[in-house]
Design a protein around this ligand. Structure first.
Ligand code: FES
Length: 543
């Protein structure tokens, strides 16, 4: 049964927020309906992904205040030119002049001045994620954009969101509408204060994006929250004929980041590029879902996710690109790659393609691996110290995402944020962790405590650069290669039945005792390792 970690939110809160903003009755009705849906829906709708949402049910958010009374705040920011500054639940600075019928303002003003536009668009997406419903029920502010036909806004609008309160729950609603033949660029930065590391806060939003025909949209978003912030980001994009949308999000902080990005290519020859970059250093949890649906001819969609994880950070990517029956000549790509810098970091990548038309191009690619030891050795032999060599390899790995950011000033700022994150990465800890495993002399190397793998559980671990799957079946421990021999997919995400494990991607089975591949597409067997248990610790024999 799903635990109710949001039992402190009630319809009273929904009503208080709506009243505070002097909203019309249709808006209150919409909020209440959304709240009802939020209560009814589960954390995860797909059965395939259900096992990955445990981290939410483990949270205790009873003391979070969702009414959003402002506490003492500092409104200091970095002195750059910005168009919108949000502090907690309010937009406190607005530097924008709207001309040519452009409307760029906060959502509350849009609800009172342009109710018809808001109403007709927010009701357009009937099926939503649980946290989109929540954001729609209790949002307090947000951005509203309408770029009329034939207007091209070449300058990038900059929006800074600073969350300064602790134990607060704040949600935004963004609505972005581009009419035919228009252009719009947006850069959003999210930060939070370090006032109390022990008290969690929540920030979330639901963003609806409508791009009509022959239009161009770019949204770049960087999240550098502190490690007491739990975030819920939900984005839905609908793209019309010949239009192109570029989305990029960097997740560089936070305690838990749950992100959902759903894109529908509904117009012929429309395109979407959806990029995500994750850098985890401590115990951050990043839970990403991406989805592209090709519903029209000649459409092009690509999702590219890159993660670099150290410490005990974790990332899960669940991607689905779908091509509908009549969407001829489409081209779709779904890529997820992660480098693990340390034996306690984790990444699970589950790419999915659903193809209902034969006349298309569809590719996916997924890999989770430790840093390339040969490359590291080569770079060290060229007199680079280990930390510098690791930083260079990681920068090269992320370059394919960064080079697609077109505005030079934004690219520089993102590089600066990544550098800040790199400095935070305790590379020495990574080395220490790896050396800890190598420290036990003799034939066998210590892996972990026996109590860490309970009956029926499994775990991927890195030992001497090798990815090992440790599993406990009926209180017997097995150690095999950790990745499927068909593609580089972690078997930890698979399913155990008897002594066999099923790969989560194309469902090949392997026997955990012998390593044998039992059905295609995997053909090669898994490596099998000897283990021994001594003083309640598990040791593995590695060549
Ligand atoms: S990745 Fe294809 S069967 Fe495992």
């Amino acid at each position: 049964m799903q635990k109710n970690i949001f039992k402190n939110i009630s319809t009273d809160i929904v009503k208080v927020i709506s009243k505070k903003n002097n909203e019309p009755s249709w808006m209150l009705e919409y909020r209440l309906k959304s709240f009802e849906k939020f209560q009814e829906s589960s954390f995860e709708q797909s059965i395939l992904f259900k096992k990955y949402n445990d981290f939410l049910t483990k949270l205790d958010l009873e003391d979070i205040n969702f009414e959003g009374n402002n506490q003492e705040t500092e409104t200091e920011h970095r002195g750059r030119h910005i168009n919108f500054l949000q502090v907690n639940n309010e937009i406190v600075e607005k530097n924008i002049e709207n001309s040519n019928n452009v409307i760029i303002t906060d959502i509350n003003e849009a609800i009172s001045k342009y109710p018809d536009i808001v109403k007709s668009h927010i009701e357009k997406n009937p099926i939503r994620d649980k946290f989109e419903y929540l954001a729609d029920a209790i949002f307090q502010t947000g951005l509203f954009v309408r770029i009329p036909k034939d207007v091209k806004m070449l300058d990038t609008i900059r929006y800074i969101n600073r969350q300064e309160n602790t134990n607060s729950g704040i949600f935004n609603k963004n609505l972005i509408i581009l009419e035919d033949n228009s252009d719009f660029n947006l850069f959003i930065e999210h930060y939070s204060s370090i006032k109390s590391q022990n008290i969690d806060s929540i920030f979330g939003y639901s963003e609806d994006i409508f791009v009509a025909n022959n239009a161009k949209l770019s949204i770049i978003e960087m999240q550098l929250f502190n490690n007491n912030m739990i975030s819920f980001m939900n984005k839905r994009t609908e793209i019309g004929k010949q239009s192109s949308v570029k989305l990029a999000v960097g997740y560089l902080g936070g305690k838990v980041s749950r992100s959902r990005s759903y894109s529908s290519l509904i117009g012929d020859n429309s395109t979407i590029q959806d990029l995500h970059l994750v850098i985890g250093t401590k115990e951050e949890r990043h839970d990403l879902v991406t989805s592209i649906c090709h519903s029209a001819k000649g459409t092009k969609g690509s999702v590219d996710v890159k993660g670099v994880l150290t410490g005990k950070s974790q990332m899960t990517l669940k991607g689905m690109n779908k091509i509908e029956k009549h969407a001829h000549d489409t081209d779709t790509f779904l890529g997820g790659h992660a480098i693990l810098l340390g034996n306690k970091a984790r990444a699970n990548i589950i790419p999915g393609l659903e193809i209902n038309n034969r006349n298309v191009k569809a590719k996916h690619s997924a890999a989770v691996a430790p840093i390339d030891e040969d490359l590291l050795f080569y770079m060290q032999s060229r007199s680079l110290d280990k930390n510098t060599a690791i930083k260079l390899i990681v920068t090269g790995f992320l370059e394919s995402i960064l080079k697609r950011i077109e505005v030079e000033a934004i690219k520089e700022q993102i590089a600066e944020m990544i550098k800040f994150k790199f400095d935070e990465m305790s590379l020495t800890t990574i080395q220490d962790e790896q050396e800890e495993i190598l420290a036990v002399k003799g034939e066998f190397k210590k892996l972990c405590k026996l109590s860490e793998i309970q009956n029926g559980e499994m775990k991927n671990m890195l030992v001497d650069g090798k990815n090992i799957l440790l599993s406990n079946i009926n209180n017997k421990i097995f150690a095999t290669g950790g990745q499927c021999t068909h593609e580089e997919v972690n078997l930890e995400d698979g399913f155990i039945v008897g002594e066999d494990i099923t790969c989560p991607l194309h469902l090949s089975k392997f026997n955990l005792k012998t390593g044998k591949a039992l059905n295609p597409p995997a053909i090669d067997e898994l490596a099998v390792y000897n283990i021994k248990i001594q003083d309640e610790e598990i040791y593995i024999e590695i060549d």
